[in-house]
Design a protein around this ligand. Sequence first.
Ligand SMILES: Nc1ncnc2c1ncn2[C@@H]1O[C@H](COP(=O)(O)OP(=O)(O)OP(=O)(O)O)[C@@H](O)[C@H]1O
Length: 447
Amino acid sequence: MTRAISLHHVSKAYTRGVRVVDRLSLDIAPGEFLVLLGPSGCGKSTVLRMIAGLEEITEGDLLLDGEHANDLQPSEREMAMVFQNFALYPNMTSRGNIGFPLRIESPGEDSGPRVDATARMLGIEDLLDRYPRQLSGGERQRVAMGRAIVRQPSAFLMDEPLSNLDAKLRSHLRAEISTLTRQLGVTTVYVTHDQAEAMSLGDRVAVLRGGVLQQVGSPRSVYALPRNVFVAAFIGTPRINLLRGLIRAPIDGAMSINLGRQYLRLPEPLSLDHQLLRVQQGREVIVGLRSEAIRIAKPASARPGEVPISGLVEHMEFQGHEVLVHFNTGSQPAVVPDLEAPYPARAIRRRRREGTVLDRIRERAGALRAGPVVVLDDPHDAQPDPPAPTAQESRLPGDLVVRSTPDIELRLGMQIPLLVDLAHLFVFDQHGDRISPASARLPDLEE
Ligand SMILES: Nc1ncnc2c1ncn2[C@@H]1O[C@H](COP(=O)(O)OP(=O)(O)OP(=O)(O)O)[C@@H](O)[C@H]1O
């Protein structure tokens, strides 16, 4: 049996008045693989623990197969949890660990056949007589999976189950988890802060920020139509380029987006999306360009919909199969707070005060440039403190990262022609909400 899990306006406050999960609503279909994705501290594990019954729900309703379940005991929910730290009993062999839930459920019954069947499914028959200390990290996680599967639960709840493993093993086990949960057809809620993991595993991905659901959709739709700048920046590698822009829409001239020293001229006749930008005339916006929206090429080789700009090579990251080229185009990056800020703002300020000479030089260099635009949740909010540094601030030089083939011959300091494909242009307003493209342009993607 597999379960439908619904959360209706669910909130959690550990301290009175401070919601770490804020009115979350989600409907997870039977057999679905849903990933909860977000930066550290955004409330992912709390949501999972509320579903498991390990944490009380402060407000709102949890429904299991349509039945109110807020007050059900964890054991009555028939769910199995898999944790990051594997949580195996050190004094039990793998056989003992996997069979443990069966012995609790039906004491006196022979758990052997089911343990053997589970071990076969996971390919760990030869590990059954070893203790956890005699297993590698990946093997331990397989045993932990075995313990979760053996009871044939109605749902799996997985809390960063792979984050203690190295990259190669992680991607291997990721594929195993995907195959296994699909074979079993059991509803799975999987927590991670790793967007690549979320994109490769989930039927749908739910992106959380500060306890608030930002967007839920298929990996393809959250990538192609991020609802706001936070989702756009959190999903995709290399990270989307986010630049400050200003919409220019003179009555008798071509419409363009000013990027500081350069501009993107919108081709005529204007597409519907670009016509919609006219109302933003004179306003600051955030331009989002994923690396596939830009290529290194001369203006003469522009295809329809591509417009030229140029950039100064400031840094190159050799990745083997490709090179990430960091260009300075004279534009200002937009900063998205909370992207991966595991520390409270106060701690960051303290670290800043205690910063190294290099930090101070960086700060001074930063101050020489115009300050980056910070996306506000509420545009009327005052900004009493400087924004916490984010991954964007600590980014390598350049304001625009472009992918290229590894054989490209570029040197630092070269001025290089670039073509921007406006079909892949995102425009967000000052609150960070996407204004272009409009949803209707990609009708096969739900939002
Ligand atoms: N028992 C608790 N008492 C008080 N605050 C808590 C408790 N558990 C979690 N919190 C706080 O609730 C917020 C959400 O925590 P949670 O563990 O759900 O986040 P998360 O997104 O899973 O983070 P991570 O990826 O780092 O595990 C955090 O600010 C955390 O400090």
